[in-house]
Ligand binder design. Structure first.
Ligand code: ADP
Ligand code: MG
Ligand code: MG
Length: 883
């Protein structure tokens, strides 16, 4: 086995194709050496050694010592120095570097090889005693911290104290004699802390550092970082040992970091900072204020400290040449680390730089225009989920936040408003132009109007798929759910959080992307949709195969959906139209009617309202397909619940209270999710389906006659379980169509299809498709019914399952491809066998989830439908799914 790969002097044994083995840093150091760039020579100990180390009680493979020895000798040859030599000592850095970049999470030791003898040699060869002792004390500090476990502050306190007693404020003001004294006291500290002197043997130092860097893979910081970023713990880190170059050798030396483009805006301009006469982490550590690299950036920042461009013009020119070369070579924005030793530039690291989502968009689009990458590559580089950040207002990054509680980041964006505790209050304040945050323990369908009126929603209970979260995402409203540390007192109209009390009318801000609840108002910025956004979405549209539709029922949702590029409505939930306060009483009258005649009378009142809704919706959609689902929820959801509400409704409808309570009792269900809902309503009360069908057809005719737009309604029967059931509903719709077309003398094309959300419907898809002209997989309910997992109750244990690895993830966020997905696959296959041209789509939360969209593409579905604000995400994800 080859455990060690060398690099330097224009060649390397590794390359950038080998990040698994060499880690990202090692692979890119090798690549830069291969490109002939000035990289201090060194070698990489592979991640396989890391695996061996952890499998063998932190011991190294037996052959490693020899391999390291000869690699060290190789560096010695290239530099004309020798490790541990008293005359020309080779000094090295020992740097961590995993496959995925984990910035600052693991350890690095600089200036290794220094001891009481070699420090003298360094002083002689550099002609700079101060520099040599400064390097030595840095090494002692770092090594003690990383390898011996002596806290950094022990030394920093000592240093501060010393500077104070000398009356100076900067490290640079200390001379060689000062550092010598400090080194002596550092050494005493170490003996005190670990009971042994600081190791003088360079080989002991080297192996100590290598072991510590491998050990740092398992430090708590690194473990946490890997968990958050889903980096597998068996990847391990590599260790890079590299000849030191010195940025702290006086005013002609420097160290710095740079990005080839601006990582927050994406602007094509070298962006970075440096410090003269400094080493390693000094730039990021904020000890001194760093200087700009380019003159343009210095001017923009209004700084009077010279830029690298003016301070070291030759090194700057060389650096610019190299940054351009690296960006072209990697075809991506690079994040670079460099050091200038006595005027000579050395490259120490390059990698693809992290960036904000606006920057990612701009860079991808501009690189395409520059011919660096093609459109497919540009489309594949943008994380669809990151588009969310672009579509919602966000807290100004420089604003100060006083976080009073945290919950789940249920729906992105930020909102500020007066807190209110009822939907009614939110509505009343909205009516007089005031902004609110609706605070509820949890929300129910009754709160929809209040959620709609509020700027944002905060709940103290419920998960990422709770009612509040789903509805808020659907509305594109910020939401923090499950902020469990907040106590809500409805009676008093107040909440307590972190010891503080907030009353109705007090102002709070929520950050739905971070899950934070923040005190007071805070500065916001609404990101403008940039030209780059439009360009990239256009390319995505050219590439994708699946159609993208939106779940929308209100005119406002439909307009948003169109603005974001929806190609139709994939799910219009008609019950949302029933919840409108103006018509809720007519709905209740219908439900409370004693007989068919009574129901028909109430439905006759609803017909014009429902028709009006569809006229407006069809008008907005102007000929694009609209899938309308017949009434789906259990009827009791429309009835009043509390005694006060019941009394109020009784009065409004002129009915005895007892009648309402009796009907409520009749409609009461133990398990409404599997109860009297879906197409069961159309079977029991066909007149409801008939009214809805009539409203749809009359509206389509009206719009056609008025605007000429050919509306093509797709009428969908929910929660189908059997072919005969579907056929019965379809017969009602067809009969109504025939009547309406005869009455008006106008016909319009329409289709009737089934919503597939029970396992039985998937299994019997072949026969249902004999009469159904389209299927829409309702994967929210299909997940509930397939897994016997209640969406509203799963929060209590789902986290446990996912945490313990019993389930791969929350199946309500990303479709469970193996189980629920197989039902979709079966339904698709069997329905196509019966009807080759059947139109297949999915609606529900999964329609806006990139991984689920990729799954839909693999089944060749015709479209996905998602909430309006997720349409751009779905367009991009659908394009990526084809690449
Ligand atoms: P991190 O992964 O935390 O960035 P690095 O291994 O990149 O850690 O080291 C941090 C810094 O130490 C580098 O940016 C560079 O400034 C300095 N450094 C590392 N190796 C050397 C070296 N051989 N010569 C000079 N400076 C070095
Ligand atoms: Mg680095
Ligand atoms: Mg459903």
């Amino acid at each position: 086995v080859k455990w060690v790969y060398t690099f330097g002097d224009g060649r390397a044994e590794g390359s950038s194709d080998m990040p698994e083995l060499l880690g990202g840093k090692g692979a890119n150091l090798a690549e830069m050496a291969n490109l002939g760039l000035p990289v201090p020579p060194g070698f990489t100990i592979t991640t396989e050694v890391c695996a061996f180390f952890y499998e063998n009680e932190k011991r190294f493979p037996p052959q490693l010592a020899d391999a390291v020895e000869s690699a060290l000798a190789h560096i010695g040859d290239l530099t004309g120095k020798s490790f541990g030599d008293g005359q020309k000592p080779l000094l090295v850095s020992v740097r961590s570097g995993g496959r995925a970049s984990m910035p600052g999470m693991m350890d690095t030791v600089l200036n290794l090889g220094l001891n009481d003898v070699t420090v003298e040699a360094l002083a002689r060869s550099s002609g700079d005693e101060r520099f040599a002792y400064d390097s030595y004390r840095r090494f002692i500090q770092m090594y003690s911290n990383v390898v011996l476990g002596v806290g950094h502050h022990e030394f920093e306190d000592e240093l501060e104290f010393y500077k104070e007693s000398k009356g100076v404020s900067f490290d640079t003001e200390l001379d060689a004699a000062d550092w010598r004294k400090l080194i002596a006291s550092f050494k005493e500290k170490i003996v005190e802390a670990v009971g042994a002197p600081f190791p003088q043997d360079p080989h002991e130092q080297l192996w100590g550092a290598i072991g510590a860097v491998f050990g740092s893979w398992e430090n708590p910081r690194a473990i946490t970082y890997r968990r958050i970023h889903n980096i597998p713990s068996n990847w391990g880190t590599a260790v890079n040992v590299q000849a030191m170059v010195f940025g702290n050798m006086g005013p002609t030396s420097a160290t710095g970091v740079a990005f080839t483009r601006n990582p927050s805006t994406g602007e094509k301009a070298l962006y970075g900072e440096f410090l003269a006469n400094a080493q390693g982490e000094d730039v990021v550590a904020g000890i001194r204020t760093p200087q700009a690299i380019s003159e343009a950036a210095r001017l923009a920042a209004g700084s009077d400290k010279p830029s690298l461009e003016t301070a070291m013009p030759e090194a700057f020119a060389e650096f610019v040449r190299i940054t351009e070369l690296l960006e072209r070579h990697y075809r991506d924005m690079q994040d670079l680390e460099f050091t200038i030793e006595d005027g000579k530039l050395w490259m120490l690291q390059t990698r693809s730089g992290k960036r904000t989502s606006p920057a990612a968009l701009r860079i991808a689009v501009e690189m395409t225009q520059e011919g660096l990458i093609d459109k497919e590559e540009a489309v594949s580089r943008i994380d669809p989920a990151s588009l969310d950040q672009l579509l919602h207002p966000a807290i100004n990054p420089s604003a100060e936040r006083i976080v009073i509680a945290t919950g789940l980041p249920a729906s992105p964006g930020a909102a500020t408003g007066e807190i209110v505790f009822t939907a009614e209050a939110a509505e009343q304040l909205k009516a007089i132009g005031r902004k609110t945050i609706l605070v509820r323990i949890e929300t129910s369908p009754d709160d929809i109007h209040g959620m709609h009126a509020a700027e944002g929603i905060l709940t103290t209970r419920g998960g990422m798929t709770s009612h509040a979260a789903v509805v808020a995402r659907g509305m594109g409203k910020p939401c923090v759910s499950g902020a469990a540390s907040i106590r809500v007192d409805y009676a008093q109209g107040m909440l307590t959080a972190g010891g503080a009390v907030f009353h109705k009318g007090d102002v709070l801000t929520i950050d739905g992307g971070a899950g934070q609840v923040i005190k007071g108002a805070i500065k916001m910025s609404r990101p403008e949709l940039s030209g780059e956004f439009g360009a990239l979405m256009k390319w995505a549209d050219d590439i994708r195969r699946m159609e993208v539709r939106a779940n929308a029922e209100t005119p406002q949702d439909a307009r948003v959906a169109l603005k974001f590029g929806a190609e139709g409505i994939g799910l219009c939930r008609t019950e949302h139209m029933f919840f409108d306060p103006d018509r809720l009483n007519a709905v209740r009258e219908m439900i409370l009617a004693d007989n068919k005649a009574g129901r028909r009378a109430a439905l006759a009142k609803l017909l014009p309202m429902q028709r009006g809704d569809f006229v407006e919706l069809f008008g907005i959609m102007a000929g694009l397909p609209v899938t309308i689902r017949l009434l789906d929820p259990p009827l009791h959801e429309f009835l009043p619940q509390t005694p006060d509400e019941i009394a109020e409704v009784a009065k409004a409808l002129g009915l005895p209270i007892a009648k309402i309570t009796r009907r409520l009792d009749e409609l009461k269900e133990i398990n409404p999710m599997l109860g009297f809902r879906g197409s069961r309503l159309a079977i029991a009360f066909p007149e409801i389906a008939e009214m809805q069908a009539r409203a749809i057809f009359e509206a389509a005719i009206e719009v056609k006659q008025r605007t000429g737009a050919l509306v093509h309604p797709e009428i969908m029967a929910p929660l189908i379980i059997a072919k005969a059931e579907f056929d019965a509903v379809k017969a009602r719709v067809d009969a109504t169509a025939a009547i309406v077309f005869a009455e008006s003398g106008v016909s319009i094309p329409y289709t009737v299809g089934a919503m597939i959300e029970t396992p039985r419907a998937s299994l019997r898809a072949g026969e249902i498709a004999a009469t159904a002209e389209f299927f829409s997989f309702g994967t929210n309910d299909l997940t509930q019914t397939c897994m016997a997992l209640s969406r509203d109750d799963a929060g209590a244990f789902l986290g446990l399952y996912v945490g313990a690895g019993l389930l791969a993830g929350d199946p309500f966020i990303t479709i469970d491809a193996d189980g629920v997905g197989e039902l979709v696959a079966i339904g698709a296959e069997r329905s196509r066998a019966a009807r080759a041209d059947i139109k297949l789509g999915i609606c529900g939360e999964h329609g806006g989830d990139p991984a689920s969209i990729a799954f839909c593409e693999s089944l060749g579905l015709d479209y996905v439908s998602c909430s309006p604000f997720r349409v751009p995400i779905a367009r991009l994800a659908a394009a990526q799914a084809t690449l």
